[in-house]
Design a protein. Structure first.
Ligand SMILES: [Zn+2]
Length: 107
């Protein structure tokens, strides 16, 4: 298994997620436009914020998974399932490089 290649891909993914998260974060917390006085506009804005916040939560979770995969490569247990200790198949790791569970333990 080519760990250097996987590592490069994970690092790239992490950088991509982080820059996306930064943009999302700005969208939520650094609004330049004043809050609209129009009620229906406000409702629309709140709904939009909820979607953006959900996306942000997903991004944070994926970054955590990618970071943990990178740590596991460093520790030398990248291919081992965290739940049962079995070796995760190469095909599975290729499909989901940040997975930490074998096919049997995955939901
Ligand atoms: Zn397992």
């Amino acid at each position: 298994m080519d760990f250097d290649k996987i590592k490069a891909e994970l690092l790239e993914r992490k950088a991509e997620l982080e820059s996306r998260l930064e943009r999302t974060h700005k969208h939520i917390y650094q609004k330049e436009e004043p809050v609209s006085a129009n009620f229906s506009e406000q409702v629309k804005q709140t709904e939009n914020d909820a979607i953006v916040k959900a996306l942000e939560a997903d991004g944070i979770e994926e970054i955590a998974q990618v970071t943990s995969a990178l740590n596991r490569i460093e520790e030398g247990n990248y291919e081992l399932c965290v739940a049962c200790g079995a070796k995760i198949s190469e095909e599975r790791l290729e499909a989901i490089p940040y997975t930490d569970r074998c096919i049997d333990c995955a939901e």
